[in-house]
Design a protein around this ligand. Structure first.
Ligand code: HEC
Length: 321
């Protein structure tokens, strides 16, 4: 059984929901394979041997999923490279479905009022590809990144026609953005690069990071000058790529472990001057116009600020030029 990979925005949220429905977290057992004790069952050893290659068993023992969701999760892990045959994958699915079944969730509270919502769903061609970051294009098409299956895809919602574009090197594409010519740029979260898909030829171009420490690019965004900005979450960096030269510059976020995820541009072409402008070290590291030193109040705010604030600060300054 292949479960539909639904192209909806909730996929990322559901990945984070790995706690048991009851909210009790299973604690690790030192020395146990994969750090956690698994219940007995047919595929226990298969899970211990193959599902601990990239992570320990914490997510597994703390999950309770429907059969459909376990099917999709194991498909995802196989797409990502779990070293099991399809038959072993089926055994693992059956074991996980029996051992970690879905638990009742808290009942929702209904709020009165009329709402008309219509959903349309499309099943994607590759099982377990973990569709990410749908991108609606001006021509009405929808693009997605299939992170676990290392590909981008395009859907024509009018006809339901889909086309996938496998990435020929390790990419793990995460966020997507289109340039003004309609080409698709992605953040290669697993491959440590930015990639560009020429939608006419179907060819990819890759822009490696100048520093291998910037290993997980995230959330690409174009500014009005055509410069591509991105974050590098666990590397704690913000970067910019000039598509004309291919040059990438990186800046380390001053707050340790800030883990910048999103990045946003200032909506105003001419942001207010004076105290509302956050001048920031990042701007200097990225080689922009010399910023005036931050006032002490601003500096303090940056130190305690949430990660996103640092990323926004640099971009806002650039847009102001
Ligand atoms: C090739 C590396 C790799 C292997 C092997 C692997 N996983 Fe994962 N797994 C990942 C990555 C990457 C994530 C996602 C982390 C994130 O949320 O960004 C993940 C997350 C998970 C999660 C939490 C997300 C969810 O969908 O609930 C579960 C559960 C999980 N893996 C189960 C398994 C099982 C079962 C196996 C063995 C069949 C397995 N993994 C083998 C890479 C792997």
């Amino acid at each position: 059984m292949h479960v539909k990979s639904l192209l909806i925005l909730t996929t990322a949220a559901s990945l984070c929901a790995v706690m048991s429905a009851q909210g009790q977290v299973v604690q690790p057992t030192p020395g146990a394979p994969g750090d956690y004790v698994l219940p007995d069952g047919s595929a226990k050893k298969l899970v211990q041997d193959n599902c601990t290659v990239c992570h320990n068993l914490r997510n597994i023992v703390n999950s309770n999923k429907s059969a459909e969701d376990w099917d999709n999760t194991v498909n995802m892990m196989m797409a990502a490279g779990a070293p099991v045959t399809r038959e072993q994958g089926d055994q693992i699915k059956a074991y996980l479905i029996a051992s970690f079944p879905e638990k009742p969730r808290p009942k929702p509270a209904a709020i009165s009022g009329t709402v008309q919502v219509k959903f349309r769903e499309w099943s994607l061609p590759t099982p377990g590809e973990r569709p990410h970051d749908p991108l609606a294009m001006p021509d009405g098409s929808l693009w997605w990144s299939g992170q676990f299956a290392n590909r981008l895809g395009r859907l024509d919602p009018k006809t339901g026609e889909m086309k996938e574009y496998p990435i020929p090197i390790k990419g793990g594409p995460h966020g997507l953005i289109n340039d003004k010519d309609g080409n698709i740029w992605y953040a290669g979260n697993w491959g440590g690069h930015i990639g560009e898909l020429d939608v006419k030829t179907g060819e990819y171009k890759f822009f490696p990071m100048p520093d291998p420490k910037a290993r997980d690019p995230h959330t690409p965004l174009f500014d009005k000058n055509g410069i591509l900005w991105f974050t590098s979450q666990n590397s704690n960096m913000v970067g910019r790529l000039d598509p004309k030269t291919g040059g990438v510059k990186l800046a380390v976020v001053p707050t340790e472990k800030a883990a910048p995820y999103g990045i946003a541009g200032c909506p105003h072409p001419h942001p207010p001057h004076g105290r509302d402008l956050r001048r920031h070290d990042l701007v200097r590291q990225l080689g922009h116009r010399q910023a005036r030193p931050a006032r002490s109040q601003d500096r303090r705010r940056h130190r305690v600020g949430r990660p996103q604030r640092a990323a926004v600060a640099a971009l806002r300054h650039d847009r102001d030029r």
